[in-house]
Design a protein. Sequence first.
Length: 159
Amino acid sequence: MKITIISVGKIKEKFFIDAISEYTKRLSKFCKLTEEIIPDERADDTYSLAEIEQVKIKEGIKIINSIPKNSFVVVMDIRGKQLSSEELADKINNLGINGISDMSFIIGGSNGLSEDVIKKADFKLSFSKMTFPHQLFKIILLEQIYRAFKINAGEAYHK
């Protein structure tokens, strides 16, 4: 399986980079993982809602252009469906059984995702109704993908 993580904004903090590297290494046993990092558009606190929407649209165009052709698109969206780790593992496993070998997970920036990106989703996934910093969320997502592959492989992992 090929997994692509598309996210907005570069991560600068070493501890986040180290955690991402660790899960990337762990996942290499199970899948081909690639990351596409979309530069975030400038948007300061003085921007109006209309200006923020324009920022999301600009980022959205770059996101859409980064989605691999024929990829099953999972958009991380607070309004999406919440799954247990086992249900996520089943989802990934069932996609593979049905011939889907390419998945893309999309993480928006601090302003969220444009509606055009959300419309591209084959599945909308939510980990919580809470808001997480996108840097931390990438680590949580990678950990859950890793956990799903461990579950599907029948290997032990913390419960």
